[in-house]
Write a protein of this length. Structure first.
Length: 569
């Protein structure tokens, strides 16, 4: 592994003088946000929806030998000038090093192959990309090293009923407390792909992270929270003008892996309650479609749908390979006069609808995504019970230019993500015994994850979060603060503790400081967060007593840096 890493670094550094890049990876720490900000400010093509990422820069090809990333500094309409895509090029990609540090407990999400762990973690990525007529490729592997230290996690001193409930959520997903030694150092294909360019459509194989939907801090279906997974993709490479508006779409089939790691750090608890993995992989089929209607300019609407299933349960019919085309209600899926229950297929579905409104004149955007992880029995049940198995997110961005200093902007971003099941569960499940599942979990397919990390929302099973960021932006430079309120594992809490009154919800309140700065071809993107956990892991502090219990608090530090070297001729 070290030899491969050394070869990668030497190869990348040796070819530094060659390159530019034509794709912004999903969740890129600087350029994706800058490009989206340019669009909100009215300086970038509004045909691009930002609902299907990574963004391909087909219309940001080189002009006068200027690297595309330098366009982000300009105040004119250069980004709106569509340039015919190059049919032949060969570039070296930017070299990036990402370091994450957690002092005494895991915190943070949206870091791709870097899992949530204690201590230092580091990821190095770089590579090459090119195109020759209809063939396009990108080779960008990622090398990860991590300490993954032990820490104070979920305790063993709860009642068996509470322990059973905790492991039931764990057994319906794949989110281990601590990754084992094989996750301390590994090499992945990273953001690599190979595709055929067929006009406005790409057909290819990829290991890239994908992000579906409008979210900036989380995505209900796909985000950059987990490492990329192997998949075959058929997608539009730019907005396509159809009869009613601009269309963007992507269909994938892929392979997801389990972590193979026990849920708890306490092996005796794992032996009692944990359901071991079989070693089988999961087949994934997904579809995302969005439209910008001509009669509603700057409005974007769409939907996502995914199915996953263990390979041993998958058949060989068209419907088995492409279940995303199934009807939406279970009533139509029963066969033989309702004698066969659809749930016997052991498939896990997630579906979401989303929308985004962009207003460059007002310099703001608003967006939403609403998802469900289970079929309704029929349309009547959907109308009467729309919040069953749902999750949602809402967000906005507002830009405020400085008077007399147009290069400076105050950026305000906010987003809420809600995964906690609604109060509907008290009506639907009388004893809450059957209804203890959450977004990204499934009692048969064990969660929408890849190697132990959620593919969409990364804040934890059944958790909710509210985020507000206020920043001063100048070109690619940014200084700001971010405030977060994270409600941890709310579905588990209300099932286990809500009726007894002693233990309170585990809430993380954090204050973060943001600093991004560019020095010529170097870019630093960094954040430091101070997290105060109230009622950490639902433990009671020793200073309390039975009459006046006090929850245990925990102070922690999270730090993250991205150091990027942009390559130019």
């Amino acid at each position: 592994m070290r030899l491969k890493f050394s070869i990668l670094i030497c190869f990348t550094v040796f070819l530094v003088p060659l390159g530019l890049a034509q794709t912004i990876p999903a969740g890129n720490p600087v350029l994706e946000e800058a490009l989206r900000r340019k669009q909100v400010f009215g300086e970038y093509d509004t045909d691009v929806s930002f609902l299907h990422r990574p963004i391909q820069l087909n219309h940001l090809a080189k002009k006068d030998s200027v690297p595309y990333w330098q366009y982000f500094e300009l105040k004119n309409n250069t980004l709106s000038e569509k340039v015919k895509p190059q049919k032949k090029y060969f570039n070296v990609l930017p070299l990036q090093n990402t370091t994450v540090y957690n002092a005494n407990r895991p915190y943070g999400w949206g870091n791709g192959a870097l899992g949530a762990g204690v201590g230092f973690q580091n990821m190095v990525s770089g590579g090459i990309e090119g195109r020759f007529h209809f063939l396009r490729f990108q080779f960008k592997p990622e090398w990860i090293t991590a300490q993954n230290k032990a820490y104070e996690g979920f305790g063993a001193d709860f009642s068996d009923n509470v322990l059973f409930a905790r492991f039931r959520f764990w057994n319906f997903g794949d989110n281990p407390e601590r990754f084992t030694e094989e996750y301390n150092s590994f090499l992945t294909w990273g953001q690599s792909n190979l595709s055929l360019v067929l006009g406005p459509v790409d057909l290819g194989v990829s290991n890239e992270n994908i992000w579906w939907g409008p979210g900036q801090f989380n995505g209900l279906i796909f985000s950059n929270n987990a490492r990329g997974f192997k998949h075959v993709s058929l997608k539009t490479n730019r907005p396509v003008d159809v009869f009613i508006g601009n269309l963007e779409a992507e269909m994938i089939v892929g392979r997801l892996e389990s972590s193979g790691v026990g849920a708890s750090q306490n092996q005796s608890l794992n032996q009692r309650f944990f359901l071991p993995f079989t070693g089988d992989w999961r087949y994934l089929n997904g579809l995302s479609v969005s439209i910008q209607p001509k009669f509603l300019p700057k409005f974007y609407f769409g939907f996502n749908r995914t199915f996953q299933q263990f390979s041993k349960n998958k058949g060989n019919s068209f419907g088995d390979y492409f279940p995303v085309f199934e009807v939406l209600q279970k009533e139509k899926l029963f066969v033989n006069d309702n004698s066969v229950d659809y749930d016997g297929e052991a498939q896990d579905q997630q579906i979401s609808v989303f929308g985004r409104y962009l207003n460059p004149k007002g310099k703001f955007e608003i967006y939403f995504e609403f998802g469900k992880r289970d079929h309704n029995f029929n349309w009547r049940e959907f109308v009467l019970n729309p919040d069953h198995a749902r999750a949602y997110l809402l967000g906005f961005t507002k830009l405020i230019p400085f008077k007399g200093q147009p290069e400076k902007i105050i950026q305000i971003r906010a987003e809420i993500t809600q995964q906690h099941e609604s109060v509907n569960r008290y009506v639907r499940y009388a004893d809450l015994g059957f209804g203890n599942t959450s977004w990204h979990t499934h009692y048969q397919v064990r969660g929408f994850t890849h190697y132990g990390e959620s593919l969409g929302v990364g804040i934890g099973t059944g958790s909710n979060i509210q985020t507000v960021e206020i920043s001063l932006v100048e070109k690619l430079n940014k200084k700001g603060i971010v405030l977060e309120r994270l409600e941890n594992q709310q579905d588990f809490f209300y099932r286990s503790f809500a009726q007894q009154g002693q233990r309170k919800p585990w809430i993380d309140l954090s204050l973060g400081f943001l600093f991004d700065h560019q020095w010529n071809n170097f870019m630093l993107s960094s954040k430091v967060k101070i997290i105060n956990a109230h009622n950490y892991q639902w433990k009671l502090d020793a200073v309390g007593n039975k009459e006046f219990p006090v929850g245990q608090n925990k102070l922690s530090i999270f730090a993250q840096t991205h150091l990027i070297y942009f390559l130019s001729k």
